[in-house]
Ligand binder design. Structure first.
Ligand SMILES: NC(=O)C1=CN([C@@H]2O[C@H](COP(=O)(O)OP(=O)(O)OC[C@H]3O[C@@H](n4cnc5c(N)ncnc54)[C@H](OP(=O)(O)O)[C@@H]3O)[C@@H](O)[C@H]2O)C=CC1
Ligand SMILES: O=C(O)C1=N[C@H](C(=O)O)C[C@H](O)C1
Length: 252
């Protein structure tokens, strides 16, 4: 019998963290050795002998958590949002000093959302116009969502590769914000509404036609297979991996 992988969850009292702790506990081959939240100290991770930490906390907390994990050789699977190039550079810097440690940062762990990003990337070069609408519950910490930001970046990269011109927006009059946030030239609109969980529409427009790709996470369980895949894979992927697709489509 193989020894179970020792897993900790950070943010374990939160919406997704609580679901992740339950999923790890129930998953064959994994052992939940720590379920930490705001009041706990990171030393509990080392005391519990955690091999992999799952971070589902807050953009203000995740960097400190990762610095600690990497310094102690604890692999990390991160769903927490708020990633910028500068923040990713900090993580790469810490990893350089701990080269056998693996960190997966995934803007979205749900299979449908990862596929949405991939389909949007494929479609982007065929359409003159592209916009993203993300819709979330009204307690979400950030806007735009990490998923929408990544989707827009992938669309922008595909447009640039296809040498498409910048999107034409002749709007000259109106209220600030009405055209959404500009993510690399792609407008991103954020809706916050009680009753929703996590939803996204990617809209493309061309001559006489539109294409809409929509994904809905209806329950936090949608993120669990992706989180468990990350937990089981991250130790074999030293360094920084950005995006679950790197594990989901490995070998393609
Ligand atoms: N990548 C993905 O697929 C997904 C990512 N997310 C992301 O996960 C993050 C959490 O989302 P959600 O569960 O909705 O948020 P919640 O606010 O429900 O949960 C976050 C939890 O983390 C706790 N926390 C805050 N700071 C720390 C800290 N320093 N150490 C330990 N715990 C801390 C919070 O405590 P307190 O309440 O006291 O602040 C809270 O219990 C967000 O960034 C969200 O966007 C969410 C779903 C899917
Ligand atoms: O806060 C959430 O709920 C979610 N956050 C992630 C994001 O910002 O993209 C993933 C998913 O959309 C749920």
């Amino acid at each position: 019998m193989t020894t179970p992988l020792r897993v900790a969850v950070l943010g374990a009292k939160g919406r997704i963290g609580a679901e992740a702790a339950r999923s790890v506990e129930a998953a064959p081959g994994l052992e939940l050795v720590a379920a930490l939240d705001r009041e706990d100290t990171l030393e509990s991770l080392t005391e519990a002998g955690a091999q992999v930490a799952v971070d589902l906390t807050h953009p203000d907390a995740v960097l400190g958590n990762l610095e600690y994990c990497i310094a102690h050789g604890i692999h990390a699977v991160v769903g927490t949002t708020g990633w910028t190039d500068e923040r990713l550079a900090s993580v790469r810097g810490w990893l350089a000093a701990s080269p056998s440690t693996g960190v997966l940062i995934a803007p979205n762990f749900s299979i449908g959302a990862v596929l949405t990003m991939r389909f949007a990337q494929q479609a982007a070069r065929f359409f003159e116009s592209a916009e993203v609408i993300e819709l979330h519950h009204n307690n979400k910490a950030d806007a735009p969502s990490g998923t929408a930001t990544r989707t827009a970046q992938l669309i922008a990269e595909a447009r640039a590769e296809a040498a498409l011109p910048p999107q034409d927006d002749p709007t000259t009059h109106g209220l600030p914000g009405a055209r959404g946030a500009d993510v690399d030239g792609v407008p991103v609109h954020s809706v916050r509404l009680r009753g929703l969980l996590a939803h996204q529409e990617v809209l493309f427009g061309g001559t006489g036609e539109t294409l809409t790709i929509r994904h809905d996470s209806l329950h936090h369980s949608s993120f669990m297979p992706g989180i468990l895949l990350g937990v089981r894979s991250v130790a074999d992927a030293p360094g920084l991996t950005f995006g679950l697709e790197n594990f989901l489509f490995a070998g393609e």
